[in-house]
Design a protein around this ligand. Sequence first.
Ligand code: NAD
Ligand code: AHE
Ligand code: ZN
Length: 375
Amino acid sequence: TIGKVITCKAAVAWEAQKPLIVQDVQVDPPQAGEVRIKITHTALCHTDSYTLDGKDPEGLFPCILGHEAAGIVESVGEGVTEVQAGDHVIPCYQAECKECKFCKSGKTNLCGKIRSATGVGVMFNDRKSRFSANGKTIYHFMGTSTFSEYTVVHAISVAKVNPEAPLDKICLLGCGIPTGLGAVWNTAKVEKGSNVAIFGLGTVGLAVAEGAKAAGASRIIGVDIDPTKFNQAKEFGVTEFINPKDHKKPIQEVIVEATDGGVDYSFECIGNVSVMRSALECCHKGWGTSVIIGVAASGQEISTRPFQLVTGRVWKGTAFGGFKSRSGVPELVEKYLKKEIKVDEYITHNLKLSEINDAFDLLHSGKCLRCVLHV
Ligand code: NAD
Ligand code: AHE
Ligand code: ZN
């Protein structure tokens, strides 16, 4: 198949708020600097459902969604030396070119090289898509488009990983788990003995708990409106649970009172701008830091009294937990193989690509952390 168009199955999002259609698509060969990957497993992240719902200003239709996956390189385009056919890889929505001013800054994991293309659903080389169905162009998504048997990505967006690691598990290291762990370790840099509050106990929030426990946090307060989340959350390190529905006062006041003035660190893992305000305002005066992880819908804005910041609270955000993708993801795979981080524990369901719409329903039901699709 090298150099040829591949016809394979993919789940196409033809329109916002409509079920995906699993159908044949044509996948063009990789051009210079590109890699074609056979996706073996992909999970669903809340961000896929957010874009399918039409809330993402960068969401273009028709497109192939999906960004938390693993697979095997099928072929590479001209000039690609980083990976070769047969390598086990995790596609990364955050590239790492190692040459742009972002990559060289030492201050961020964001890469500027191809971002202008991935934000509009095309490849950097010719600003065109490699996907089509009966001649109709289908856009890429986040530079990954993993809801497909084959996808084409930029070589600077491919993390080569240890082939001994099970692809049906490590696909999760493409988004949610690194995001939560990294928000604690890289963005907030939580110290031993800190008090932490986590808003939203889905996969991202539980990975924050796992990271906070590993960092030696004392109190890890989980906040969720779904009371069934607490038992599960305990296993990931949450030490106490607060349900905002059980309180008449704003939740930030409840937390400030329970923690002698507020927490040292808080994390918003929902994408709700009013919860983002609570997360900032439950932080301790003088030093408390709040990290925004959740992705809020187009048009939403955050607000607080500037006095909150004047008096020492810090508002931050993080993408992919601040991990540099190509260098950080293989290290996380090694940590998983050494049993230093959990992965299997976040997988609550396994389905086939053909059952993807059921997987979206599960995600919305609140009963599912991650559903892995066997592609
Ligand atoms: P999820 O849907 O599995 O979890 C969200 C949790 O929040 C659920 O347990 C839900 O019950 C809870 N919740 C909803 N409304 C609430 C409220 N008002 N108060 C308290 N709890 C509430 O989602 P996920 O996959 O864990 O993703 C979480 C968020 O992080 C999403 O917005 C996603 O888009 C975003 N995300 C961001 C990055 C990044 O790099 N910044 C990476 C991955 C995911
Ligand atoms: N496209 C949206 C923003 C989406 C967003 O913030 N994405 C996160 C990753 S979410 C993964 O589940 C991210 O990495 N952002 C940094 C980047 O470069 O996209 C919008 O609002 O336009
Ligand atoms: Zn994600």
